[in-house]
Design a protein around this ligand. Sequence first.
Ligand SMILES: *[C@@H]1O[C@H](CO)[C@@H](O)[C@H](O)[C@H]1NC(C)=O
Ligand SMILES: *[C@@H]1O[C@H](CO)[C@@H](O)[C@H](O)[C@H]1NC(C)=O
Ligand SMILES: *[C@@H]1O[C@H](CO)[C@@H](O)[C@H](O)[C@H]1NC(C)=O
Ligand SMILES: *[C@@H]1O[C@H](CO)[C@@H](O)[C@H](O)[C@H]1NC(C)=O
Length: 590
Amino acid sequence: MPMKHLLLLFVPILVRGYKTHVAEQPDDIPDIPSQLHDTVQELALAFSLVLQNLTNASGIIRSGDQHLDRSQITYHPGNLQVDEEFVADKAAGFYEVLHDFFHGLGDVEEAHSMAALCPHAFIPNIMACIKASSCIIQMGIPNLIDMEIYAGMLEQMIRFEEIMWPLLRDALMTEPGGGTVADDLVFPEMFACDGTVHTAGNTVLLSVDSEHAETLAVAAALHEATVASHQILDSHVLNSSMDDTIDKLQRTWHGPCQKIGCDHTNYWDIFFRHHEHSLALINVGHPALLRSDIHMRFMLQHRVQRFIGDNHRDYSFVEKYARMDQEQAYSWDVAVAYHSRNKEALQSLASMLLSSVPESRLERLVDRHKLAWAEEELLRETSVTSTAVAHNISANQMSALEVDEGEGEAGDAQWGRRRRRRRRRRFFKAIVKAVVKVVQVVAKAIGSLLACMGDFGKFAATGYTRAFTPSTAGSIGLSAGNTNFLKDILGGSTPSGWISLDMGFSVGSTSEIWWAGAGFSGSLVCDTTGACSIYVAVAILATGNAKMPVSALCPLGASIGAMDCSHCAGASMTILCCSFDLTNGNNGCR
Ligand SMILES: *[C@@H]1O[C@H](CO)[C@@H](O)[C@H](O)[C@H]1NC(C)=O
Ligand SMILES: *[C@@H]1O[C@H](CO)[C@@H](O)[C@H](O)[C@H]1NC(C)=O
Ligand SMILES: *[C@@H]1O[C@H](CO)[C@@H](O)[C@H](O)[C@H]1NC(C)=O
Ligand SMILES: *[C@@H]1O[C@H](CO)[C@@H](O)[C@H](O)[C@H]1NC(C)=O
């Protein structure tokens, strides 16, 4: 039974979730051996970066060989074996950290059998290994890992698991010889940390103060209303009255909304306000309940988007119930606050790791191209600085600066000034001769990757939906400019004049009524030089596109050719930065 030790290690997770607030002594330490403390923190960083990597890989593979921006992406997808290697390489750093963790457990035999569950380059197990590592990380809360970091990780993971992973797996499966990718291995139960039930029953286990009791009561109410919402949406059939369905949903949320202050008549207000409850769970230190809370909120959003797609001919659901931009200001603010706290927490973990673990350990988490880019950037910045400094020195401003500084000093200013001057000269010389250090390169690369990740946003875009391929689509509406230029762009040519667009795009799996994949929605100005591409942070999206009868953004009528005017709206969190060319659908992420 080589896995027994790990079993012992994993069981306390479930129990600890309930116990943290009962016994909140600082010495209530996690059951992670101390030699593995920094490995668990490293795993949390690798976790976020691997989701980003795999989202990028999925976009590249799903684009096929045609729609990639060749100035950025040199890889040619389409050959199963090579694609599998490509994907495996995207998870290489993450697996190394995970294996470090297993080996750090001490027992060699055990480490090997653990590592055998997550072998390098074995695609079918990737999702299961990512989930298992989230459970390892959960054990590190709160001493090694902040709840906020965990929350951000889970928000990304659920989107990846539900939207991106199936797309990636299916893309590989449909390649010649790809049948075997489908067989996901079932993981031993000990790797699981899902499954906290929200029923009021759990509160019986706890001796809690009133704040905790209230939070748990809200958890139960939200859970109940969410389950009921799924049932209502599922039972809406072809002939059902949309008004009745909306009415049932609104009545379901009336009670919970009185508890949390949401507007029961607007789905998006409920969705945004729900984040305040996640903040409360973070405050009371309840990782297991937070995990199921995030899952629950996402799955209902996903269901609502599906519903909009399935009922795309009936715009009234969007008009009367999923009313984006009509939410209460506070509901929106609290959702933004939750996500920005999570983002900041991950960034500070990364800077802490950069100063505490050898850079070679973090270097392996980042793509070589990204490291090369970071080094170039740093060298460029350094040479700009040294040129500027050299110029300023020759302008003889250095001594003025020194005198200024010296004047504030009393006593033997003369000595102090002289010493300072010498030090300052050495300092300037050091800059001019600077060689970029590896740790700076790694910091720059990771900083740039994390900057693209975890920003929360909402969107509501209307336009003519144009599918470039079954996996790439764009939606283009005219917010200002000439309709002739809109026709140009819809026809796939560069507009001959200035035009402002309401637009969206998605790379993954797209049809007119359903987009899933990496995407963005916003506005774009195409200028007379014909530049019609954007570089933005994209999110993992799944949106239902409802057909719109009339809209100023679709000035050419409800449809033009095979393109219908449609509307999609939603909320998302960014995962990476990509470019997209609206005229031809070419895309790439760096
Ligand atoms: C991300 O992908 C690169 C290869 O493109 C790889 O070297 C790196 O280790 C991956 N990062 C993680 C966290 O696995
Ligand atoms: C929908 O309504 C039509 C006429 O009202 C009826 O013929 C049809 O059987 C109904 N379909 C379903 C699925 O109930
Ligand atoms: C150089 O001097 C100019 C003006 O005196 C100043 O604005 C600039 O910041 C200086 N640059 C550096 C790198 O010191
Ligand atoms: C996406 O993958 C390509 C190809 O491997 C790579 O060049 C690029 O740096 C990656 N971008 C990100 C953000 O990982």
